[in-house]
Every structure is written in C-alpha cells, then in structure tokens.
Ligand binder design. Structure first.
Ligand code: ADP
Ligand code: MG
Length: 252
C-alpha cells in the first residue's frame, strides 16, 4: 500500500516560490490502476517524482508498505527504487545495441544477478507479455507494439510491484496508445502490478480503476470506475475536466 500524507513541494527560493504540491493526501491499495490527471503545471510530474524518490517533498510523508521513503538512507533508497519500482518511459528507452532479452534483463545484469536467474525471470515476464518468441531480436527488428511490451517487461522483471509512468502515451498515435494501455491493463489485472500513470488524456485515464484530478497542486476530485464500462467513465472524466476549468481544451 502507498500512503501519501499531506505532501507539499515548493520550488525556488525565498523571493520566488512555486508551490507545486499543496497538502496532497491519498492512499493507493495494492492492485489499483490509478490515473493522475490535471492541466499542464498542475503538479502531476512533481507528485510522481516524489513517489518515485527522484525528488523529495518539502513537507509531508510518503509511505510504501508502511516504510517512510524519505527516511531511507541512500543505499537503501537505491535498492528500494530498483526492487520495488518499475518505470515505463514515454520513448521506451530501449538500447539499440542490445537484444530485447538483454534490454529487459539489463537492470538485473548490472546488479550482478546470477545469469540463470536473469534468464528465467526475463523469459517468464516476456512470456506473460507475449514477446517470448522475439527475445533474441534487436529493437529495430521488432514492431512498435513489441517494443512497448519489452519496455513493460523491463519495468516488471525484478518483481517490482509498483509501476510508475509519466505520460506514457504522450508521444503515441491513437492505435499505439490503445496497445500500450491494453498491455498496462494486463500488467495490472493478470500480473498484479499496482500502476500509477500520469496523463492529461481522458482516453488514457479511462483505462484506470481510479482517476485522481490535480488542480494547482491540490487534489481536486477523484473518480472511481467501479462496475462502469470504459466509455461511461470516459464521459465522466470529461465532465470533471470541464469542472476543473482553466485550459480544458488543452487537457482534452
Ligand atoms: P505537470 O506535470 O502537471 O505539468 P509539474 O509537476 O511539472 O506539472 O509542475 C508543477 C509546477 O511546479 C509548475 O508550476 C512548474 O513550473 C513547477 N516546477 C516543476 N519542476 C520545477 C523545478 N525543477 N523548478 C522550479 N519549478 C518547477
Ligand atoms: Mg508533467
């Protein structure tokens, strides 16, 4: 479980302060698929960076499984990030000179995991994501969808239970976005990953089980999908975005 408690984040100095996050509190249960929405500048990336320990809050606490991540010493923090968190990047960040198998297992290899263990973990997660047959290929030899799957496999290969993604569909066309969102759905439903996905796109957010809305660094609203179908929640998301005001045309 993730607990975000009264988190504040300020940037700048005494003369020029930006309040990026303003007393944000929420909890995420294991197995949820959360979308974080809001206009540009509303604090989405800052929030995700605080959770992923890339940045640290100015005030408040973030606990993962009861552990206060701000209090971890640097070595523990690095280990925490490596073992517990998986990242899905906008451009996938696959290395061209490595095969998919090597790309997926890279973090484990760098950390001196036993080669047999690396191989079995890579094959297991690649099989679950439907790319078991193309592991010996290089990124330029596979389809865009297979590259997405490889990037997702890499995010989960060390047994990470929390997947963080900042605008993962931001650079994709609608077909590629749909593919990625379906892969993320199966990571969530079939592989048990808890997902936190930042997006300014209502269509992407409609795949989540819960949508949090940020406005000016504050938690403005939330929508829980429940039993509603994706098209129904999609329209409800648009309604909340209209309420949010501001640059709505930008967020839709
Ligand atoms: P979003 O991801 O929703 O577009 P951000 O979290 O990137 O929003 O930014 C929230 C606010 O914090 C914005 O006003 C932004 O200008 C400011 N901000 C973000 N990062 C920094 C930084 N490193 N230094 C100063 N201000 C920042
Ligand atoms: Mg951002």
């Amino acid at each position: 479980m993730l607990q975000v408690q009264n988190v504040e984040k300020y940037y700048g100095n005494r003369n020029n302060v930006t309040k990026a996050l303003d007393r944000i509190s929420f909890e995420v249960q294991d197995g949820e698929f959360i979308a974080i929405m809001g206009a540009s500048g509303s604090g989405k990336t800052t929030l995700l960076n605080c959770i992923s320990t890339i940045d640290s809050p100015s005030a408040g606490n973030i606990l993962l499984n009861g552990e206060n991540i701000a209090e971890l010493p640097p070595k523990e923090l690095a280990r925490f990030r490596r073992e517990k968190l998986g990242f899905v990047f906008q451009d996938f960040n696959l290395l061209d000179t490595l095969t998919l198998e090597e790309n997926i297992g890279l973090a484990l290899t760098i950390n001196h995991a036993d080669p047999g263990t690396v191989q079995s973990r890579v094959r297991k997660v690649a099989g679950q994501l439907g790319i078991g047959e193309v592991l010996e290929k290089f990124p330029y030899q596979v389809s865009g969808g297979q590259k997405q799957r490889a990037a997702c496999a890499r995010a989960m290969v060390a047994g990470q239970s929390m997947i963080l993604a900042d605008e993962p569909t931001g650079a994709l066309d609608s077909k590629a976005s749909k593919n990625l969102l379906e892969i993320m759905t199966s990571m969530n439903r079939e592989m048990g990953a808890t997902i936190l996905m930042v997006t300014h796109d209502a269509y992407s957010a409609s795949y989540a089980s819960r949508v949090l809305f940020l406005k000016d660094g504050r938690l403005f609203n939330e929508l829980i999908r429940g039993e509603r179908t994706r098209p129904v929640i999609y329209h409800e998301i648009l309604d909340v975005l209209a309420l949010l005001g501001g640059d709505v045309s930008d967020v839709i």
